[in-house]
Design a protein around this ligand. Structure first.
Ligand SMILES: [Zn+2]
Ligand SMILES: [Zn+2]
Length: 164
């Protein structure tokens, strides 16, 4: 015969069959879209306007009195300021960047759900994937669309909203 099970057991196996999609680390270029975690409202680190080390180096370069003499370069090397080399290091290989971001920790502190595109903090990422097995952003969307459907049924004359 059939084994009677509780609905929570079904829900548990559902989570194993259809696990929540992994969230991806958000690069700085996309980070300005959000200021706080969608779920818990924890503020995200602000997006840096420009790379500050580059500006500092430029000031030091221009303030050099003697120009590019060998003695000056040697002096700069001794103090640990080597402008020419550090400039090349600050530009990472563009092709490698997305993969590196995907694998590692998000530099911007933001993690994005590929389904709903909302940004979350690391704590909510872990909580959503290991405990509740649901995305707060996707659930919020679901509620929204259900509300919209109800509104459409009530006021049938109104134009349909299509989100691009
Ligand atoms: Zn959060
Ligand atoms: Zn989502």
């Amino acid at each position: 015969g059939l084994t009677l099970i509780l609905s929570i057991h079904l829900a548990r196996s559902y989570h194993h069959l259809f696990p929540l999609k992994s969230w991806v680390a958000v690069p700085w270029t996309e980070a300005k879209k959000s200021v706080a975690c969608f779920s818990c409202q924890t503020p995200f680190p602000p997006v840096p306007k420009a790379a500050p080390p580059k500006i500092k180096l430029k000031v030091k370069e221009s303030s050099g009195v003697g120009g590019q003499t060998a003695a000056n370069i040697a002096k700069a090397k001794g103090r640990g300021e080597v402008p020419a080399k550090t400039n090349t290091v600050t530009a990472p290989t563009p092709g490698l960047l997305p993969e590196a971001i995907k694998a590692g920790v998000s530099e911007s502190g933001r993690y994005k759900c590929p389904e709903c595109d909302e940004h979350f903090c690391i704590d909510c990422d872990i909580y959503a994937h290991e405990t509740i097995h649901n995305c707060p952003g996707c659930l919020a969307r679901l509620v929204k669309s259900q509300q919209q459907q109800q509104e459409e049924v009530v006021g049938a004359g109104e134009a349909m909203e299509v989100d691009s």
